[in-house]
Design a protein around this ligand. Structure first.
Ligand code: ME8
Length: 510
């Protein structure tokens, strides 16, 4: 049994969760569930990033204190994740006392190790990014990501001496070719380092909504330097060394492509500066786009946006389609690593084609035919069935895909198995044949292959898998006992009562 620690970025609480943040969270959730299924001791962390100028400004605009604003918005994230059936083991908020403690200990360590110095900083700051820009990075004087006027800031800052880590980072990249995936993103981080690293300012005196610098109370840490450390807070850095040793450095950070520099350059260097190993694995995914534009909070104020953000909240989509179809769409439609389009039509198409027509029909049809031809009891599968070989092969392929952070591929191969079961039934036409051993063998094999499908989809669609499991007469849940034991052809008892139930995915017309 292995161990598996996976994290999402911690999301800013300047606004509610949307489908972009849901994309990362559902993918991380399904991957965590997959690892639980294969028997790994798993820790899945998500949470909220609550400090910084952007949050303080948003709270003020709403006439609230930063604390009460963040309390209210963090709760919206927790609610959305519960709606999407997210199985996180912990929810970290950067305003928690445990985080203040870890940030203080970690950054003091870097200070004591001699990698933090004081200097004056002048620069152009984008509050949207919580980051400085140089003049040549701006477009018409505005931040390229937020199209927002930058502010000139000058302050006495503490600087992290990132420049001292250029060589060590290059060595680390060299020695750990798999640490940053996909390879294109690794190359992007690598060329950033090769372009030369400057020291970075890590504290602010201009704002108070942050974690105070332990050795100089006039300063608070800059929000990104506090945020990255959450991954260590949650495993007890500075409080529980055994727990840290258990989970670190073999962590998997799943992130969006716009925060690669923070996770693949600053963060590994900070870890080195504090005397711990950098994170073992950062997987960088692309963006969900709506009408070619990044799906984001700023769409809420964009009159020209092709869809209203409020029409595609996690809540409203789950209400329209159900939780598992939304999860399935996020996992299946856009592979981790590339950009993908998000649309209501896209969800509807996937729903009708993959869920209603393929999976839903198979479940209903099998129950009906077993009802009429095999007395409603599960017949024994055929040891020589072609489906046995296909199912075994699918398990190998799905397993490989999920372990490579490719849920999309894992589901694609699983749906090929569903297609093969449907095709086998179309060829044998057991509904036309007389009851008897031949029909029983066809139905028993199709049912057994469906049982294996059910195990393979449980990480993506846990509720659906549980319902099918029950309908095909099995006790407990599809993951019980682990993947290995569950996917053995012929391992389930026969003669189980099979029930039909309502359609799992009634076809949608819109
Ligand atoms: O960056 N498509 O928080 P954030 C895919 N607090 N993923 C998307 C997306 C889209 N259109 N929009 C957002 C922050 N995401 C920092 C992180 S971590 C120490 C601090 C996802 O609220 C994606 O994972 O802006 C992206 O990296 C993250 O949300 C950014 O969330």
């Amino acid at each position: 049994m292995g161990r598996f620690y996976i994290t999402t970025p911690i999301y800013y609480v300047n606004d509610a969760p949307h489908m972009g943040t849901s994309y990362t969270t559902v993918n991380a959730d399904a991957i965590a569930r997959w690892h639980r299924l294969i028997g790994d001791e798993t820790k899945f962390l998500t949470g909220t990033d609550e400090h910084g100028m952007k949050i303080a400004e948003t709270a003020e605009q709403h006439g609230m204190s930063p604390q009460s604003w963040t309390d209210a918005t963090a709760a919206r994230f927790e609610d959305a994740w519960s709606t999407l059936n997210i199985s996180n083991d912990d929810f970290i908020r950067t305003t928690q006392a445990r985080h203040y403690e870890t940030v203080g200990t970690f950054l003091t360590k870097i200070y004591e190790n001699g990698f933090i110095r004081k200097d004056t900083y002048r620069g152009l700051y984008c509050v949207g990014c919580e980051d400085y820009y140089t003049a040549d990075q701006l477009i018409d004087g505005k931040c390229p990501s937020h199209n927002r006027v930058v502010e000139e800031m000058e302050e006495d800052n503490y600087f992290f001496e990132l420049s001292k880590f250029e060589d060590r980072l290059l060595e680390w990249f060299e020695a750990n070719p798999q640490a940053i995936q996909p390879a294109s993103k690794r190359n992007e981080a690598l060329s950033f380092i090769k372009g030369g690293l400057k020291d970075v300012s890590i504290t602010r005196t201009s704002i108070s909504w942050g974690i105070p610098v332990p050795w100089d109370s006039d300063h608070v840490f800059y929000v990104w330097y506090d945020a990255l450390i959450n991954y260590l807070t949650a495993i007890g850095y500075g409080r529980d060394e055994a727990e840290v040793a258990k989970w670190w450095p073999s962590v998997h950070h799943l992130i969006g492509k716009e925060i690669i520099r923070f996770h693949c350059v600053w963060w590994p260097a900070m870890c080195m500066a504090a005397g711990i190993d950098p994170p073992a694995h950062v997987f960088v995914h692309g963006w969900l786009l709506v009408g070619g534009k990044k799906l984001s909070k700023s769409m809420a104020n964009d009159e020209t946006a092709p869809v209203k953000l409020t029409d595609i909240t996690p809540d409203s989509l789950v209400e329209q389609f159900g939780v598992d179809p939304v999860r399935y769409y996020l996992l299946r439609n856009t592979p981790l690593g590339t950009d993908g389009d998000f649309s209501i039509e896209g969800i509807t198409d996937r729903y009708n084609a993959d869920l209603a027509n393929n999976l839903g029909n198979l479940v209903a049809r099998l129950a009906t035919v077993i009802g009429s031809k095999s007395g409603g009891l599960s017949p024994a599968p055929d040891e020589d069935s072609e489906l046995k070989g296909i199912a075994n092969e699918t398990v190998v392929q799905a397993r490989d895909a999920w372990e490579r952070f490719a849920p999309q591929e894992g589901l694609e191969v699983t749906w090929r198995l569903i297609g093969a079961i449907n095709a086998a039934l179309e060829v044998a036409e057991p509904w036309k044949a007389d009851p008897g051993p031949q029909v029983d063998a066809v139905l028993g094999s199709a049912l057994e292959a469906l049982r294996i499908v059910t195990v393979l989809i449980t990480a993506a669609m846990p509720d659906t898998a549980a319902i099918i499991w029950e309908r095909i007469g099995l006790a407990g849940l599809p993951g019980d006992g682990g993947l290995e034991a569950q996917v053995v052809w012929g391992s389930a008892p026969t003669g189980r009562p099979i029930s039909k139930g309502d359609p799992l995915f009634p076809r949608r017309k819109d």
